[in-house]
Design a protein. Sequence first.
Length: 236
Amino acid sequence: MASPPASNTWERYAWAAGIVFVLALLSESVIAVGVGLTHDDSAAKIARGLHDHEQRLVVIACVSIVYAMAFVIYLWKLYHLLRGNPDQPNSLSTLVLVGGVLFVSLHAVSDIGITGMLGAKVASYSADHDQGVAYSLYYLTYALDSVGDVFGSLAFLATGLLSLRTAVLPRWLGWVALLTTPLLFLQGFGLGRVIATFGLILDLIGFLLLLIFVIGSSVAGTRRETAVPGVVARPS
């Protein structure tokens, strides 16, 4: 049996970026739990807590670089899969790309830019001089993540509709994407947890479904690349 072309190997690696995204995001979340702050904490406690965990914040920022880059590669593959014929691309696929880019960009600004800045410089200064600075930036990370998820809901709406319409992915993934959409959209009214706690609850459920979709579509995409040339793999 002839070995698959080198291009197919690289295509599989590109789909595997989705799994890297999930693993890096889960790692970042586990590390962040160690900070141990809640939305009911005072400005003084948040400023001191961030200062006490400066190295942890830097690690979070570094791990976030991995998930951000991995998601962009995954998004590129998802867009190419859903757009169909390059000469007559599906217009909905543009929403997948635009919404996905805004989603990961705002999360990256929050988790890489602001969190890294807090860990490297600002948390130390704020704890000793102006606790309001760290307090404000801490909640700004939640606000940016929430806005990013609102745009992410647009991407997942388009993804779900295209998945069901074109059958290039298993139908259950299309339904997962559509279930993710209202959760990521509605959490915006609570701005994560800045305005109301329900925003965080909806966001957590929506993000769990998002991770399931990314893993499932990455595996399905890898299987498509390894399929025998000329034979279309039927989605389950």
